[in-house]
Design a binder for this molecule. Structure first.
Ligand SMILES: [Zn+2]
Length: 398
């Protein structure tokens, strides 16, 4: 048994508790959480930390396979420019360099307080690191395709990868990449997948492609000799929604150009959407941020991701929280922490294990130090680290 105390504990399932003590079993299961009697200090049998304890982070959107591209793709090029930049640099590294960057990214995620990740994979490059990692990964095996003749092969290779993931003990599901890159037949062929993670409305050009058949994405595909999706007069989210089942767990990722009408259409079509935001990546690529006031007003289920190191300098959700706090200072810290913990856990179907400090869960515990404890705000100096041991949150059913 282990007793951990701090100035604040954020259980997420309840409001933050001042001067609180968390009791964990040797396996990391939450046994009890309570306010301390009187002033807290290090005492026999109780570890005391300055700062706040929170459930460990769940990063809902990452691409570990792009980790070697840190700092390589120029910023503010727009989505079409980013895709071109990515394509130009993707093959420059050796496999050894790629694997080293993936292992380093995984280790940094863990040390920074992350216990579960929704990770996009186009190949098996990351599988070995993920299979050995103390982090729980849900792998989204991603496919895109604009040519009709490529659909069958795309699905076949994705199914083979899913089989390989299963053999390595990795949770995985097949997913379309994005409306602008994926034709209807491919969406339809992936419709029976258990969980989708689809990039959505990441730029104005994505909507323009569908509403008016023009813009930088259309020009990009034409320059590559690929047939763009024909315009429908509706925003790009509808291309995804027409293939989604009502009860299908769906992560919609980015949503920077999602309107209130788009939100309503999506909510009417599918009941299990996690609106997954990657603000630092949005700033890197498009110099924009997601419509947080609209999503909060709608009561959206929000999760956070980092996207890849090709469009971000860090895979730690704490840095996403700092960015959001700087732009949306009125959002309470407790609410933002909910997105980084329970929001991600729910997005990945892991809310029975991770995301809150409720009795019976094994969520892992992350320490946030150097907070402004009077105002309960993050500061530029706030740091995060995982306090629980490697085996504390590995759940037997996985
Ligand atoms: Zn992404």
């Amino acid at each position: 048994m282990r007793k951990i105390a701090a100035h604040y504990i954020f259980p997420i399932s309840d409001p933050p508790i001042r001067n609180a003590i968390l009791t964990l079993s040797d396996e990391g299961e939450v046994l009890n959480l309570s306010a301390a009697d009187g002033a807290l200090q290090e005492s026999e049998g109780v570890e005391f930390y300055s700062g706040a304890l929170v459930p460990a982070f769940v990063n809902a959107h990452c691409h570990l396979e792009l980790s070697h591209l840190k700092g390589e793709v120029p910023p503010h090029a727009g989505l079409a420019g980013f895709i071109s930049g990515l394509a130009a640099r993707r093959s420059n590294a050796t496999r050894e360099q790629e694997l080293r960057a993936i292992a380093l990214a995984d280790a940094q995620l863990y040390a920074g307080g992350t216990v579960a990740v929704g990770d996009i994979s186009n190949s098996n490059l990351t599988f070995e690191v993920k299979a050995r990692s103390p982090i729980f990964y849900h792998t989204f095996i991603e496919r895109f395709g604009l040519r009709r003749e490529d659909v069958a092969r795309a699905v076949q290779s994705a199914e083979a990868l899913a089989e390989e993931a299963a053999q390595r003990g990795l949770a995985a599901s097949l997913t379309p990449h994005a409306p602008y890159s994926t034709r209807s037949e491919l969406y339809a062929a992936l419709a029976q997948s258990s969980r989708w993670s689809v990039h959505n409305q990441e730029s104005r050009d994505e909507n323009l492609l569908f509403t008016e058949g023009r813009g930088a994405l259309r020009e990009l595909f034409e320059s590559m000799g690929l047939p763009p999706i024909p315009p429908t007069g509706k925003s790009s989210i509808h291309h995804t929604l027409q293939h989604v089942r009502e009860a299908q767990p769906l992560l919609l990722v980015h949503n920077t150009c999602t309107s209130a009408d788009d939100y309503d259409a999506a909510a009417a079509r599918c009941k299990r959407i996690s609106w997954t935001l990657c603000p630092a990546s949005n700033m890197h690529i498009e110099r924009t941020l997601p419509p947080l006031p609209m999503l909060r007003a709608k009561g959206a289920a929000i999760a956070l991701g980092t996207d890849s190191l090709a469009s971000n300098s860090s895979l730690n959700l704490l840095d996403e929280l700092k960015l959001l706090a700087a732009h949306f200072p009125n959002v309470p810290l407790d609410e933002m922490l909910r997105w980084a913990t329970l929001g991600g856990a729910t997005a990945l179907g892991l809310e029975h294990i991770f995301g809150t400090l409720e009795r019976g869960k094994r969520p892992g515990v992350t320490l946030l130090s150097n907070l402004d404890l009077d105002k309960l705000k993050l500061t530029p100096e706030t740091k995060s680290r995982l306090l629980t041991k490697k085996n504390a949150y590995i759940c037997p059913e996985f």
